[in-house]
Design a protein around this ligand. Structure first.
Ligand code: AVI
Length: 334
């Protein structure tokens, strides 16, 4: 039998790419110097992150994949037939393929700010699932946006999938705003399936972000290399070191780059001074107990409906809906 041609389309909503230089200058002008973690992911940073996901100490990726492998049948039943599956992120993960294989959605809609990435990974996915309508969208999912017309797609409900515990890299207000936005995209009868790393003993967390091969250190230091490459700065990479630790009060891993000596760095006519021991805060990775995550979801007007976890309780995949339990729309929903 002849194969159906891939039902594939690409929509560019032209998101604001942001301004690297402005963000670096603003971040270095603060009392606690900081850099937005979104800048980790240039070509080298993305490759280093892929390598992190394979490290023996970095359990989240393989644990979430194992949960999807074991539980995707159950998850698919819970989500129900006739879903349009909207993924926030470019969707190049094994987890997505497992879910699509089991759920058989009527359409798959990956959304990412990186046009080239979402195009490439969704086109590849469309080849694996030739009968699936794949509607790739370039948009910034951290901001409110309208989905393009899903012409010819008759979905019973929309489900937003956000795997990878990327929600942990948002501050609590950002995570709340993100969930509200995702709930609005899913719509009145919609659902959200979100991967979030669980709280656990500090030793395990600290090992995951201080791997013995130093890949996470390279990932962190690549931020400075990127500033050198793209903004012509003169960071001495040997004069900064990686530091990551679990902050139990805040419930998060913090990543920093520590200045090893008093030094100054020039970036496009601006000069920034770093004292010996001073840090640049580069990332937070929040860890949520099930109760904390469900509280966060309720704060965004969503209803926690259940979750799936692994035998060691390392990671959770949460299912949320925009419906209140009594069937009325949740507060703030149409
Ligand atoms: C992408 N994100 C969920 C990773 C995390 O674990 O917070 C990023 C990362 N940073 C260091 N290692 C991995």
């Amino acid at each position: 039998m002849a194969r159906t041609a891939p039902r594939y389309s690409f929509h560019d909503l032209r998101p604001d790419p942001g301004n690297f230089l402005d963000d670096v200058i603003a971040g270095f002008s603060r009392l606690q110097k900081e850099l937005p973690p979104k800048y980790f992911y240039d070509e080298r940073g993305s490759a280093l992150f892929e390598a992190i996901c394979e490290l023996p100490e970095y359990y989240p990726t393989r644990t979430e994949t194992a949960i999807m492998r074991l539980r995707s049948k159950e998850i698919a039943v819970r989500l129900g037939p006739g879903c349009a599956l909207i993924e926030f992120g470019s969707g190049n993960s094994r987890k997505t393929r497992i879910l699509i294989g089991e759920l058989a959605p009527v359409a798959y809609i990956p959304i990412d700010i990186a046009a080239a990435q979402v195009k490439a990974s969704s086109a590849e996915l469309a080849r694996t699932f030739p009968d699936l309508a794949v509607i790739a969208v370039c948009a910034d999912y951290s901001q409110p946006f309208a989905l393009p017309e899903l012409n010819g797609v008759h979905a019973r409900r929309r489900v937003v999938y956000f795997p990878g515990s990327t929600i942990g890299n948002f501050t609590i207000p950002e995570a709340t705003a993100f969930l509200k936005n995702a709930g609005a995209i899913a719509g009145a009868r919609g659902g959200l399936l979100i991967g979030a790393d669980l709280k656990k003993d500090a030793a395990r967390l600290n090992a995951a972000y201080n791997d013995s091969q130093g890949v996470t250190a390279q990932f962190n230091l690549n931020l400075l290399a990127r500033i050198n490459r793209e903004l012509g700065a003169d960071f001495d990479l040997g004069a900064f070191r990686h530091r990551a630790f679990y902050n139990p009060g805040a419930g998060r891993i913090e990543m920093h780059l520590v200045s090893e000596r008093d030094q100054q760095v020039g970036i496009r006519g601006h000069v920034f001074r770093f004292r010996s021991g001073e840090t640049i805060h580069t990332e937070n990775s929040y860890k949520y107990s099930v109760a904390e995550f469900q509280e966060l979801a309720r704060g965004a007007g969503l209803s926690p409906e259940g979750y799936w976890t692994d035998p060691d309780q390392l990671f959770a995949v949460h299912y949320l809906t925009a419906e209140a339990r009594d069937g009325r729309p949740a507060p703030g929903r149409p």
